[in-house]
Unconditional design. Structure first.
Length: 214
């Protein structure tokens, strides 16, 4: 039995919401750190060491900013946890950028490779640039986040830092980024230009910092 238009629209909206939640910007650094520890040469580190650093980075870059945004919401300084209102994004973005910077320092303190530290520093730079852009124009934070992860996979691949051939993973990450961009437009959160601008911002910030400072 063919699906009617209403059912199809609900299915598309459900898939788009799932992608937006699973690939929320605050989780992108965690996904990135996971990839570093499981597909790069750092996969040779002891399992306990990798898990510990992953959880610490997740706490700094995801849990703490989420708690901060929840406090802002409690005091009605932001409308919702997704911060859909552009004018309400400045303070959460600046706080998140600081958290990313702290995470970069944490990785540096534990003598992580410079390219790994620069991934997190590039993520912090991405958020700072988004904060500035959002003063005048709404840019997609989701796409900036996934753009940074694509850049990470690309740099690990081209710099010979991978534990195995990552071409397949790079292709998958690009497809996922495309799906996420489509989801954000399907939900009418962003237009095509805002989606592309977010992806390019995240990719360039992470890629350039890893390439020239890592």
């Amino acid at each position: 039995m063919p699906l009617n238009k209403y059912t199809t629209n609900r299915l598309i909206a459900g898939m788009a919401n799932f992608l937006s939640t699973a690939l929320t910007p605050l989780l992108m650094p965690t996904y990135g750190v996971f990839l570093v520890f499981w597909v790069s040469v750092l996969c040779l580190l002891p399992y306990g060491t990798r898990v510990t650093h992953l959880l610490v980075c997740m706490g700094i870059t995801c849990i703490i900013p989420l708690i901060f945004i929840s406090i802002l919401r409690h005091f009605k300084l932001v409308k919702d946890l997704h911060i859909e209102v552009r004018e309400q994004r400045l303070i959460p973005y600046l706080f998140t950028a600081v958290c990313y910077g702290v995470s970069a320092y944490y990785l540096h303190y534990w003598h992580s490779p410079q390219w790994f530290v620069m991934f997190m520093a590039g993520s912090a730079l991405t958020v700072l640039i988004m904060a500035l852009i959002n003063l005048k124009w709404k840019i997609s934070a989701h796409m900036a986040g996934i753009g940074g992860v694509v850049a990470l996979v690309y740099q690990i691949h081209v710099q010979g830092l991978s534990a195995f051939n990552l071409m397949w993973l790079l292709c998958i990450s690009v497809v996922i980024a495309g799906a996420l961009g489509s989801a954000r437009m399907a939900l009418r959160r962003h237009n095509l230009l805002q989606v592309l601008a977010g992806a390019v911002t995240g990719f360039l910030c992470v890629s350039l910092t890893m390439r020239f400072f890592g």
